[in-house]
Every structure is written in C-alpha cells, then in structure tokens.
Design a protein around this ligand. Structure first.
Ligand code: ADP
Ligand code: NI
Length: 215
C-alpha cells in the first residue's frame, strides 16, 4: 500500500473518531494542521508519511476529553496504526510525536525532536494563533462555560503543566498564558515565518478589545 492510501485510511478513521467534537478540536482543526504540516514537509523535505500520520492522529483521545486519562489516546492510536501496513519504526516515530508534542507536555519535554516532530508541533501551534486561534480560544472558553473577560482575574503565566491545566481563568487571559508565547516556541524557520503575521494579528485584536472596553 502506498503512502497516499495509508493517509487516506487515517483520514477516514480520524473523521469518524472526532464526530461531534468541540469545534476547536474538530476535524477542521485536524484538516488545517494537516495541510500546513504537509506544506512545511514539502518545503523541508521531511518524511511525509510520518508528518501526515502524526498530524492526522495528534488529537485523538486528548486526555482533556477522556476524564484526564493520559493513556487512552496513545492506546487507541497504537491499535489503529497496527492495522496499517507501515514499518514498526514509522509507527514508533508517529506515536512519539503525538505523545510528546502538546503544549502541556512541552513544560518538561527534554527528548530529541525529529524534523517531523518539529513540523507537526509548529503546524498545531500555528492553528492556535491568528484569526483562527482567536476563534478557537473563544469557542473553547464557551464550551467550558467561562467568561471571556473579568478584570478581577489578572492573567498569569503558568510555570508548570498542573497550573496550566487547572486554569479556569477568563478566555482573554489565555492570550497571555499561551497564545502570545507561541511565536517564540516555533521549532522551524518555516514555522517562525508563518507565526509572525498571526502573532501581529492577535496583538491588533487585543488592542482593539481594550480600546472598546474604554468605550
Ligand atoms: P494542546 O492540546 O495542543 O496542548 P490545547 O488542547 O490546550 O493544546 O489547545 C487547543 C485549543 O484550545 C487551542 O486553540 C487553545 O488556544 C484552546 N484553549 C486551550 N485552553 C484554553 C483556555 N483555557 N481558554 C481558551 N482557549 C483554550
Ligand atoms: Ni491539535
């Protein structure tokens, strides 16, 4: 089976698994990350099967939606990958990327990042920035029933994974706790280039937001 067929199977699996997902984490998030990651893989001559599979499968069984079970996702992904005709080393590389690339894990990740890892992580982070990033943040906040603004709760930059995960702060704080930090966390030049414009757009948004608060 060629890479294209394998990626097609993964796409079908992901679409089914994410049916009814919250809109910040739905199939369209995956489709955007996949598209960006494959473009970057082209530019950087990376292994497109590994990039494609990791991008497609990266949000399956996110522990946030599994009552905090960190093992449910990797288990489901491994079972699925085992049904594909891919080499064992490809399977392990894809799983490693998925298990270690999230923002939560980045607080204490000390391993070695492959080029494919760098690309998929950048593509996922880019989708949390810019106009789409803004839309996703407010969508997620609404899904969690949070206020989007409360001057009594100032933003605070989390130093560890527990504080970040426990945060119930208003959505506007999320810009300071995560979104504005992303541009300096890009792994690749291609990612940095794409991040600049999205970062500037978020700053404009915040400026306008505070201007409107003043009336
Ligand atoms: P990852 O799983 O990639 O580590 P998340 O799942 O936390 O990151 O982020 C997915 C999307 O949900 C992003 O667009 C992110 O900005 C948004 N999001 C996560 N936490 C919050 C929050 N507390 N408030 C608003 N949006 C959030
Ligand atoms: Ni994602």
């Amino acid at each position: 089976m060629n890479a294209e067929n394998i990626l097609q199977q993964a796409e079908t699996f992901v679409k089914t698994s994410l049916e009814g997902a919250e809109s910040g984490h739905d199939w369209w998030h995956i489709a955007r990350v996949y598209q960006t990651a494959m473009q970057m893989a082209d530019e950087m001559h990376a292994d497109k099967l590994i990039v494609g599979l990791a991008a497609l499968l990266h949000d399956i069984g996110d522990s946030k939606f599994n009552g905090g079970d960190e093992l449910a996702g990797p288990k489901a992904i491994r079972s699925f990958l085992q049904t594909l005709q891919i080499e064992a080393s490809t399977l392990e590389k894809v799983l490693f990327i998925i298990e270690n690339m999230s923002f939560r894990h980045s607080f204490h990740f000390e391993g070695q990042k492959s080029l494919e890892f760098c690309i998929v992580q950048d593509a996922d982070r880019l989708d949390a920035m810019g106009a789409i990033g803004i839309a996703r943040a407010f969508s997620y906040g609404g899904y969690k029933g949070r206020p989007f603004y409360d001057p009594a709760i100032p933003p605070h930059i989390p130093g560890d994974k527990e504080t970040y995960q426990k945060s119930t702060a208003p959505t506007i704080n999320h810009f300071y706790e995560k979104l504005l930090l992303l541009k300096d966390q890009m792994n690749t030049e291609a990612g940095k280039k794409r991040a600049q414009q999205r970062h500037a757009y978020m700053l404009n948004f915040l400026e306008q937001f505070y201007q409107e608060l003043k009336g």
